[in-house]
Design a protein. Sequence first.
Length: 365
Amino acid sequence: MALFKSLRGKRENLPSTKTDGYAYFCTDDGTFWIDYKDENNVVQRKQINAKDAETLMGASISTILNSSDVEIPTSKAVLDALVGKVPDGGTTGQVLKKTETGTEWADAPTIPANYVKYQSLTSTENTTSVNATTLDGHGSSYYATANSVSTLGDRVTTNETNISSLQESIANINVVPTNHSETVLTSQDLNNYNTLSAIGWYYADGNNTVTNKPSGVDAFGLEVGRSATGWFYQILKSSNQNTNKIYIRNYNSSTTTWSSWSRLVLDSELPPTPKTYSGTLLSTGWTTNGSYKTQTITISGLRVSYSSQPIIDAQLSGTDADGDTAVLEAWSTVNYTNTATNSLTAMCIGDAPEVNIPILINVME
């Protein structure tokens, strides 16, 4: 044991050098300090006064919970204040739910299994940096996680980037290098355009020597695309020979074979389609027009003219011989028929037929 050497003065004048066995009383704040050697023989300085007591100076103990910055409430004051605020009951895992009248215990909400948890990328490890040009012309650098890029197969989605610049920048990533500008062909073999790198648009001028194009085709435009995994297609449109003819064929990677070229038929090349309309000339529907009797009936779909003359004839029942005979006799008096938009006009000379005449109109559309 050793005697202390006591010193006094203001706290701001405490010496920075510590001396074992010295004690200091600060006259301005009442604190007391002692310098001593610890178990490692290092001189330390410690304040005798409880430090937390300083933070409580000026505060008073309160048994009632008030809105005050200089009061310290007791635990009873806190519990008393919570009476009526927290409802009784509740089980493990429940949470307080606010209601119009206060609060109540309720089961905690569950997170659906299909919710996606997002995690921000904290580093560029396992990422590929892509220098790209935005649509407004500003340079930028995009990072795509390597795993994500690998699962994209032969497709990549970009956000507000210039496609051409992006394709040049990511040539080393598994992305389809689609040719978005036309490439001229001169003597190439079209059978070789059956890979991802061949996808795009092409053309050939007249007198080209391109092989495996459709027979009779000279100049043409060509589109190469992918229709499924392992399948590619070519659509070719002829120009100066077989003008405006369109051909298509498919490539199967499994068999490494192209199908034969098939020409698409234009609407203008389709043969007319037969169509039948029906109507009835009523015995009471004839009107006198000079020496003629005329009748116009509505038949939706009829047109003014056709590529070939419509065939109009009486429709017989096939079950009533007397009735069919009367229809044929009445139809024999009809000397003229003419189609119009959604109507047909019949004309006869002399007396009007005295029976209804069902008719069929066969046209080629």
